[in-house]
Design a protein around this ligand. Structure first.
Ligand code: PFF
Length: 460
């Protein structure tokens, strides 16, 4: 095991770090959310806005988070304490730890559905809705089945994190990420070679300026945050296991590139198949768990391809979930002096319990809503629309003004690399990114309130 002078584990290779960070970034957000918001948000035009958001907002924040982590070699709370002692800035780290906790609690519920669907596909129940289905898995709207799968998903996550940074995270991503890329490639080829596939490509990427509303621009920016795992210290925590030899601007570019590639390819795996069998591509959030099983039921060898797809989705979910748990565990290990194994198990079990209501929101607790949303969507909304943007905004202000953009850039550029950040990065960090995030956050919140309370605000 590689330890640095503070006895902290370190990634054993640059590729290991990039795969771990890409594993965190590439998740349900890429395969489940990105395709449908692109398909319904203006296609190619949306993609352009999204790419701008990824490179001019997401990328600088990713560099900043990784840099703060590497500089301080601490968890998010410890990191802010180290750079700004005796100030309230540690609360930004605390918000990150809280976000990790909340996001993981519902992320694991969806990860559990995904695991269950692997078995549904193998059991052939996409086609028949058989007894096998009822007995072992049940529906998302069942009471117990999804909770059991949520538990299984958390158990896998806990198992990996308790094994440590190198033996757990790095080892698992080095096995899982190549499998993920191969699965995605096979599914894209299958989907694109179906008769009638081209209509799906046309739908996915057709440039439609009329769909490009303020709302879809906000969606693009919010999605860039979630998909890159920003605003809650995940990249900060992974950066804290990075050696001084590595160049951050280069590594972050690889992570952003891989994440974007997978998101775009996921759309090519999904829409051509949806069109080839004449299904509705605009099902929104139900696309993955409702429309796709129906598509696989029609497709020749659908059980096999369904199995591959949900395996892909589960792998993507696990490699992201571990980064969420790692944020909280790193805090418990560094600051509360717990051992890694007990921190992983205790925190993991608490997360499991906290996630149960979001699972039950589709069955016995379906009457409980907040601003018209079910419980899982509520957890998702609070983290995505409030916690992550707020965390990202405060991190930028901290790095830009408190620690100083020059210090941050200098620290980021340490190590060998072909790409360095400079003045443009400082401007992004100090002015453009905070303003953009602020607007997105306020409008996102107002939009939800306006829709729910029917205020009839102009503009929305
Ligand atoms: N980036 C993940 C996805 O796209 O599914 C979600 C995520 C993981 C968000 C880790 C935040 C995080 F810290």
């Amino acid at each position: 095991m590689d330890l640095n002078e503070q006895n902290r584990e370190q990634w054993v290779s640059r590729v290991g770090f990039i795969l771990a960070a890409a594993g965190s970034a590439i998740g349900l957000g890429n395969i489940w959310r990105f395709p449908y918001i692109t398909g319904t948000g203006g296609g190619a035009v949306f993609l352009i806005v999204y790419l701008l958001a990824i490179f001019f907002i997401g990328y600088p924040i990713m560099v900043t988070e990784m840099t703060i982590g590497r500089k301080t070699q601490r968890n998010p709370i410890g990191a802010f304490k180290a750079l700004a002692p005796n100030s309230p800035w540690w609360l930004v780290g605390a918000l990150g730890v809280l976000s990790g906790f909340v996001i993981l609690s519902y992320y694991s519920v969806v990860g559990g559905w995904s695991l269950a669907y692997i078995f549904k596909a193998i059991g052939g129940s996409f086609v028949t809705g058989t007894a096998f289905d009822e007995l072992f898995i049940g529906q998302i709207s069942a009471t117990w089945g999804p909770i059991i799968w949520h538990f299984v998903f958390m158990a896998i996550t806990i198992g990996i994190i308790s094994a440590g940074v190198v033996k757990g995270i790095q080892k698992s991503v080095q096995i899982l990420m190549p499998i993920l890329f191969i699965l995605l490639f096979v599914l894209v080829v299958r989907s694109l070679t179906l008769p009638g596939a081209s209509k799906g490509v046309a739908f996915y990427l057709r440039p439609d300026f009329s769909l490009l509303t303020w709302r879809s621009v906000l969606n693009a920016v919010a999605q860039s945050f979630f998909t890159l795992s920003l605003g809650m210290g995940a990249m900060l925590t992974y950066g804290s296991y990075l050696s001084q030899k590595e160049n951050i601007p280069d590594s972050a570019l690889s992570v952003v590139g891989l994440d974007t590639l997978v998101a775009v390819l996921a759309g090519f795996a999904i829409f051509p198949a949806v069109f080839a069998f004449g299904f509705d591509p605009g099902a929104g959030a139900g696309l993955t768990f409702i429309t796709l099983p129906a598509v696989f039921a029609e497709m020749p060898l659908g059980a096999f391809f369904g199995f591959l797809f949900f395996l892909l989705l589960s792998i993507a979910a696990v490699t992201s979930a571990i980064s969420l748990l790692e944020v909280v565990v790193a805090y418990a290990v560094d600051e509360l002096k717990m051992t890694r194994v007990s921190a992983s198990i205790i925190i993991g079990l608490i997360v499991f319990v906290v996630g149960i209501p979001s699972s039950l929101g589709y069955s016995v607790l379906s009457d409980i809503t907040f601003l018209g949303m079910d419980l899982l969507d509520t957890y998702d909304w609070i983290s995505n629309c409030v916690f992550l943007p707020l965390g990202g905004l405060l991190t930028c202000i901290f790095a830009g003004y408190v620690w100083g953009s020059r210090n941050t850039a200098e620290e980021a550029n340490k190590g060998e690399g072909s790409f360095k950040v400079g003045d443009f990065y400082s401007i992004l960090l100090k002015v453009i990114v905070p303003i953009a995030i602020f607007i997105v956050m306020i409008f996102g919140i107002l939009e939800t309130l306006n829709a729910h309370f029917e205020w009839g605000l102009p503009f929305f």
